[in-house]
Ligand binder design. Structure first.
Ligand code: ATP
Ligand code: MG
Length: 220
């Protein structure tokens, strides 16, 4: 492999769960973004570097070719859209689900059945809009950037659409999950032009990620 490649990752669970996939192919990341303030990280391969960006910005870097590849959650990809992006592999990491949650005691099914207009707070406007439109539920969507759990507690919204994994955050805030919208995991994304122009460099990496992701599949 000769042409240098750039892989965009976000700090936190995506970085933490991508590093072991790379390690299976003997690729070592020399720095930890949690302790280092560096945003460009070298790896044990001179022709592969990692850039650290916000999770929601990963598709943007890859779409414009500033990164050749990236790892992004399905939640982020649905909001961003897939223009200019090729999505070859579901890595099966950072698994969670996108759900509707309401305060304990709020009769969600009744409200929906009676055709009430619901106020829903979320970071995921596009996914939420499509979900409620498909159900024929009228909603006023309120865009938030974080701490969605607070919105129904303080009277900003009746419900939230957010990611849930253990459910601990919901429970801690007296919220209950009333509807699962979809299962979420993180995908490898590739810039469409890079895939053609740097095919010789990118193909082996796709192989590496496919094999590593397969090994992650729970034995059943
Ligand atoms: P920030 O937390 O810095 O505001 P963010 O929420 O976009 O940014 P992360 O919390 O690191 O970033 O989430 C990155 C990705 O990990 C999400 O896009 C999603 O796919 C996945 N994810 C988010 N929350 C969970 C969760 N509770 N369990 C498992 N995966 C999650
Ligand atoms: Mg987060």
């Amino acid at each position: 492999m000769s042409q240098p490649l750039t892989l965009a990752l976000s700090k936190g669970r995506i970085f933490a769960e991508t590093v072991p996939l790379l390690a299976q192919a003997g690729i070592v990341v020399r720095e930890d973004p949690e302790t280092s303030r560096k945003l460009i990280l070298e790896t044990s391969r001179a022709d592969l570097r990692i850039i650290i960006v916000r999770a929601a910005d990963v598709p943007t870097y890859v779409q414009y070719g500033a990164a050749d590849l990236g790892v992004a959650g399905k939640d982020v990809l649905l909001e961003h859209g897939s223009e200019g992006l090729y999505q070859p592999i579901d890595l099966g990491i950072a698994r969670c689900r996108m759900s509707v949650a309401v305060p304990k005691g709020f009769e969600y099914q009744n409200a929906v059945r009676q055709g009430a207009r619901l106020k829903v707070a979320t970071k995921y406007l596009r996914t939420a809009r499509e979900h409620f439109a498909a159900k024929g539920v009228h909603v006023d969507l309120i865009k938030l950037y974080g701490s969605m759990e607070l919105a129904p507690l303080i009277g900003l919204a009746d419900a939230i659409v957010d990611l849930v994994s253990s459910g601990n955050t919901l429970r801690a805030n007296d919220l209950v999950e009333v509807e699962e919208i979809m299962q979420i995991s993180s995908r490898l994304i590739v810039n469409q032009a890079a895939l053609k122009l740097k095919q010789a460099a990118i193909s082996p990496l796709l192989e590496i990620f496919s094999r590593a992701a397969l090994r992650l599949e729970p034995a059943s």
